[in-house]
Ligand binder design. Structure first.
Ligand SMILES: *Cc1c(COP(=O)(O)O)cnc(C)c1O
Length: 379
């Protein structure tokens, strides 16, 4: 996706990012976790919102730290001028670059730790490490069977001055189900690991476990730091619960062509929609190559000036059609149609996700192609 504001103004598809809403959401999550620091999670280019501007907005909203998946993402933030603590938790190479850029490293096994120690030796500076422990997600993180070996290696590496263990963290399997008993299991497993680390002389300052949902609903999982992602972007972290979060991305396009069609005429490939009466249709320059998923064909509505209009016929690669009704709905060429986001009557990304059988994370990170990102909003 491009991130620019064309000098000629916007006449195409846009992903408008409201940085004021992002700062508001950051403050909102922070207020739910007053005893913990907040690490804004900016992986996948800030869930498709643009990592660098989002970093600035999250910091303005009170984030103390930033978290990303890869070292490349972390180094790009450093190169963009970000100076706050940064944690990267999935890379298995490039550790020299991370240590050099003062990026903290998540470690998931004794093999990874050995590579980090080697990199620290090469750079001549200790690596700042957060050990990620697997407390039941069975994804990344140190497996229970490898904890003792990892802990002993951490003790050795600290003694040798190669590593400083700053953090111990885990990730939840049922974060979005606040009542789920497995949350207690993971909390207790993390606490036991931390106690064991301390008993062996390690002194982590930051214990962390909570994603957005847990940050908003489970104070017993806040520990020293919370790691929200989706809540900052105004997603729906816990289905059916309203935390006062505002959508950050508004996905919108102008109506670029309006035409009348007759009752019985079909629209778009396969004529899967046949006009039931004479009507007026509008063309939107947005399709599945841009993040308007083809399985949504005929199942969504766009908002124009607060009114909702159904999308009809198949969504194509780069265009789709809406039915403006027999009287044209008062819509003119050039009017803005909001696909989802912050506008009267507009869907939220979660509405699309529900229809698609997915989550709003995937809808937001799926916006791409010709969508031009623009930024608005007071910090
Ligand atoms: C993505 C991620 C988060 C943020 O999760 P949300 O559900 O978006 O709040 C936190 N921690 C880790 C390790 C992650 O991978």
């Amino acid at each position: 996706m491009n991130t620019q504001i064309p000098a000629s103004g916007l006449d195409g598809l846009t992903a408008q990012i409201d940085l004021g809403a992002l700062a508001h959401n950051t403050r909102t999550v922070a207020a739910y976790a007053p005893g913990a620091a907040l690490m804004a999670v900016l992986k996948a280019d800030a869930y498709g919102h643009g990592a660098l501007p989002v970093a600035r907005a999250a910091l303005a909203g009170g984030a103390a730290e930033l978290g990303v998946t890869t070292i490349d993402e972390a180094v790009a933030l450093r190169e963009g001028g970000v100076t706050v603590p940064l944690l990267s938790w999935l890379s298995t190479s490039g550790y020299e670059r991370a240590i050099d850029a003062d990026v903290r490293l998540g470690v998931s096994s004794p093999r990874q730790l050995a590579k980090v120690v080697e990199a620290a030796r090469a750079v001549g500076r200790p690596a700042m490490v957060h050990v990620k422990v697997d407390t039941g997600l069975n994804r990344n993180g140190v497996a229970p069977a490898e904890w003792a070996a990892t802990r002993d290696a951490l003790v050795d590496a600290e003694r040798a001055g190669r590593v400083r263990l700053q953090g111990v963290f885990t990730h939840l399997a049922h974060g979005d189900e606040p009542e789920h008993p497995f949350l207690d299991v993971q909390r207790d497993a993390l606490a036991a690991i931390v106690a064991d680390a301390r008993a062996h002389g390690l002194t982590p300052d930051l214990v962390h476990a909570a994603n957005s949902a847990a940050a908003l609903t489970r104070p017993d999982l806040h520990f020293d730091l919370v790691r929200p992602g989706i809540a900052l972007y105004g997603g729906i972290p816990v289905p059916g619960r309203d935390f006062g979060l505002r959508p950050v991305m508004t996905f919108a396009a102008p109506v670029i062509l309006i035409k009348r069609i007759r009752a019985g005429e079909g629209v778009s490939y396969g004529h899967s929609w046949i006009a039931p009466h004479d009507t007026v249709v509008g063309l939107i320059p947005a399709g599945y190559a841009d993040g308007v998923w083809r399985p949504l064909s005929g199942r969504i509505e766009v908002a124009i000036g607060g009114r909702r209009f159904p999308q009809v016929g198949r969504v194509c690669m780069d265009q789709c059609v809406i039915d403006l009704g027999p009287d044209g709905g008062g819509v003119a060429e050039g009017d803005t149609a909001v696909l989802f986001g912050d506008a009267p009557g507009a869907d939220r990304a979660a509405d699309w996700a529900e229809k698609l059988g997915t989550i709003d994370y995937e809808v937001l990170t799926g916006v791409r192609g010709r969508a031009v990102r623009t930024y608005t909003g007071e910090l």
